[in-house]
Design a protein around this ligand. Structure first.
Ligand SMILES: *[C@@H]1O[C@H](CO)[C@@H](O)[C@H](O)[C@H]1NC(C)=O
Ligand SMILES: *[C@@H]1O[C@H](CO)[C@@H](O)[C@H](O)[C@H]1NC(C)=O
Ligand SMILES: *[C@@H]1O[C@H](CO)[C@@H](O)[C@H](O)[C@H]1NC(C)=O
Ligand SMILES: *[C@@H]1O[C@H](CO)[C@@H](O)[C@H](O)[C@H]1NC(C)=O
Ligand SMILES: *[C@@H]1O[C@H](CO)[C@@H](O)[C@H](O)[C@H]1NC(C)=O
Ligand SMILES: *[C@@H]1O[C@H](CO)[C@@H](O)[C@H](O)[C@H]1NC(C)=O
Ligand SMILES: *[C@@H]1O[C@H](CO)[C@@H](O)[C@H](O)[C@H]1NC(C)=O
Ligand SMILES: *[C@@H]1O[C@H](CO)[C@@H](O)[C@H](O)[C@H]1NC(C)=O
Ligand SMILES: *[C@@H]1O[C@H](CO)[C@@H](O)[C@H](O)[C@H]1NC(C)=O
Ligand SMILES: *[C@@H]1O[C@H](CO)[C@@H](O)[C@H](O)[C@H]1NC(C)=O
Ligand SMILES: *[C@@H]1O[C@H](CO)[C@@H](O)[C@H](O)[C@H]1NC(C)=O
Ligand SMILES: *[C@@H]1O[C@H](CO)[C@@H](O)[C@H](O)[C@H]1NC(C)=O
Ligand SMILES: [Cu+2]
Length: 525
């Protein structure tokens, strides 16, 4: 069986090769810097690892220690964040800027260290840093990307891209394992291969009960491992990523990207077969995929659902507004507000100076406060469609850097409730450091009396990013067994700087469950 990866610009893949512990130290150097590539009739300078797009693949085995020396030769502040199959050897390697570390400055370096326990992209005909800076200036979100890519290639539906189409060459009668990573920044995507059925075997690097489906859907940050059997006639078949657009009122780039599955000895005469794609607004297809798959109870790395809950939280989240305090010709696109976002009516801002985890470690006050509310400050009909137009009076949430403090090893249950203020949307909520069980999901307002009876406590999905149904809710549960400062945020890239985030401060436990001192080379602000 072959393991194949679909990844992105500025991401790299970790492959877990076998389940036999080898205990080796695997060492890599990442030179991060400018790299010029030709796409969509343009030459564009991008920031890449080791001058390659997609980024490098690292092969490790269970029990290995992975050491990555990151050297920042780019003109930007950089941090690296890792999803998936490893436990942190050092909590100081998690990555998010201002949360667990200050950025690696241009010319700087930092070594990330992990113990190994048991990644499509997006393209702009512009410098993505300029795109983000413009979005911050106008307060209205980034311009749409120009293309989506598969392993860095836009594919033949775009101009100048006929020979920039990803091709997967296969032999008839084999089984292939595909690891599909949604590395797009702002859109969820459906994925299909014409005339082939997927058998999903893992999501977010946790095993699932094998699940047969024609269509896969992934939010940014999520991964799916799926098998395909090449049992079709000798031909070429399109693989297609098409956006899942949970709220048509929110504009996105509606383009698709295509690659090819090419059978050995396929006749080149006939054109490749296209799959029948779902509509980009097909929430029922997306929801079926997101909610119907179960975890592989009692399989490798299975963790049973903790039955006793120590902390119950109910967290509303969604889009809001902030006052425009800037002046200048481009400030807030000429409007007197800018877009914002919040969780429980607190719009998260990253601190300046000391990172939050260093403040926690050194017991420095003034960087964050411990009063993130466990419940919304006021109760309203969260998903009332009328809030999309008349919700502006409750759309302004204060800017703050608030955390929820958790006792070591406490079990936490969080109801994640989307709000309809300005726009309902499916937001992928990512929790750093912990996998969680997804106990239930639904549309409308969560109602404990009715919805608790739907909890799957036997074989729920284990994930690190849950795409909460548009105008709906999801209930997650996890055990806070890793001391440190852990960000929770929407994985739609634009929503994080708007404030759709909070953090958990997990207190130290008994030895050895104590946050170790920061490494000597931890970047300083
Ligand atoms: C890298 O690219 C950026 C953006 O295009 C440019 O400003 C910078 O001068 C380049 N740096 C080097 C070392 O080439
Ligand atoms: C990681 O592995 C090293 C070497 O085996 C060991 O010393 C260390 O305790 C491990 N750390 C964790 C968090 O498992
Ligand atoms: C950023 O905004 C400036 C001024 O409005 C514009 O000239 C430039 O093309 C924009 N850049 C991008 C990448 O959108
Ligand atoms: C791709 O096509 C362009 C013209 O469209 C050509 O200049 C270029 O050499 C081709 N590249 C490869 C690798 O075939
Ligand atoms: C693909 O599937 C369609 C519909 O089932 C079928 O008509 C077509 O012949 C298949 N194409 C190939 C090349 O197998
Ligand atoms: C091809 O394999 C799939 C499983 O991946 C199976 O569902 C399907 O029936 C097989 N089709 C043929 C023609 O053997
Ligand atoms: C889109 O906007 C229209 C008009 O404001 C509204 O009626 C509709 O409910 C919105 N759709 C969604 C999915 O929010
Ligand atoms: C598709 O991409 C092209 C650029 O390649 C762009 O002009 C067009 O607006 C995009 N279409 C949509 C629906 O976003
Ligand atoms: C492809 O064709 C060659 C020559 O006819 C043959 O030897 C080979 O077995 C074929 N491969 C497959 C996968 O059908
Ligand atoms: C998955 O869908 C099937 C068919 O609709 C249903 O019987 C089953 O209960 C669902 N399973 C879960 C875990 O939602
Ligand atoms: C902008 O001004 C408003 C009202 O004066 C104030 O409440 C808010 O905190 C300011 N926002 C920022 C980001 O400074
Ligand atoms: C890089 O980070 C440092 C320290 O946080 C900050 O002072 C500086 O403004 C940042 N530079 C850029 C280009 O963001
Ligand atoms: Cu979001």
């Amino acid at each position: 069986m072959k393991l194949l990866l679909f990844t992105l610009p500025f991401a790299f893949a970790l492959l877990l090769a076998s389940s036999f512990a080898s205990g080796a130290v695997v060492e890599h150097t990442f030179n991060i810097g400018n790299f010029t590539v030709s796409r969509l009739c343009n030459n564009q300078v991008i920031t890449a690892v080791n001058g390659s797009l997609p980024g490098p693949t690292i092969n490790v085995e269970e029990g290995d220690t992975l050491v990555v020396h990151a050297i920042n030769n780019s003109p930007y502040n950089i941090t690296l964040h890792w999803h998936g199959i490893f436990q942190l050897l050092s909590a100081w390697a998690d990555g998010p800027e201002s949360v667990t570390q200050c950025p690696i400055r241009p010319g700087g370096r930092y070594t990330y260290r992990f113990n190994i326990t048991g990644q499509e992209g997006e393209w702009w005909n512009a410098n993505v840093v300029d795109v983000e800076n413009n979005a911050t200036e106008t307060g209205l979100g980034p311009v749409d990307s120009d293309a989506y890519t598969i392993n860095g290639l836009p594919g033949d539906s775009y101009s100048c891209s006929q020979n920039q189409t990803y091709k997967l060459k296969v032999k008839q009668g084999k089984t292939y394992l595909l690891r599909i990573i949604n590395a797009a920044l702002n859109e969820q995507h459906f994925f299909m291969i014409a005339n082939h059925t997927f058998t999903v075997v893992a999501m977010d690097a946790s095993y699932t009960e094998p699940y047969n489906t024609q269509v896969i859907v992934l939010a940014p940050g999520q991964t799916v491992d799926a098998l395909i059997t090449t049992n079709q006639t000798l031909a070429s078949y399109y693989m297609v990523f098409t956006p899942y657009h949970s709220n048509p009122n929110v504009t996105i780039n509606g383009n698709i990207t295509r690659g090819l599955v090419v059978y050995d000895n396929a006749t080149t005469a006939s054109s490749p077969v296209m799959p029948n794609l779902p509509a980009q607004t097909d929430t029922s297809t997306a929801h079926k995929f997101y909610s119907n798959i179960t975890g592989l109870a009692h399989g490798p790395h299975w963790v049973p659902v903790p039955r006793h809950v120590d902390e119950h939280m109910f967290v509303t989240f969604g889009i809001g507004l902030d006052h425009c305090n800037e002046t200048g010709p481009n400030a807030c696109g000429g409007l007197n507000f800018r877009l914002s976002a919040n969780m429980n009516n607190e719009s998260f801002v990253l601190p300046k100076g000391l990172s939050m985890m260093e403040a926690f470690y050194r017991n420095v006050s003034g960087v964050y406060t411990r009063d993130f509310p466990s419940n919304p400050p006021f109760v309203f009909n969260y998903t009332d469609p009328a809030l999309e137009t008349n919700g502006t009076d409750i759309a302004f949430a204060p800017k703050s850097t608030k955390v929820k403090s958790l006792k070591f090893n406490s079990t936490v249950q969080v109801v994640l409730q989307n709000t309809a203020i300005l726009a309902v949307e499916n937001h992928p909520i990512h929790l750093h450091s912990f996998n969680f069980h997804v106990l239930a999901q639904g549309f409308g307002n969560y109602d404990a009396k009715v919805d608790e009876s739907k909890f799957n406590l036997d074989n729920p999905q284990i994930r690190n990013t849950v795409a909460v149904p548009v105008g709906g809710w999801a209930v997650i549960r996890f055990q806070a067994n890793n001391p440190g400062m852990w960000l929770v945020h929407c994985h739609l890239e634009t929503h994080l700087p708007w404030g759709l985030a909070m953090a958990f401060e997990v207190e130290n436990g008994p030895q050895p469950w104590v946050l170790p001192p920061p490494p000597a080379d931890l970047p300083q602000c």
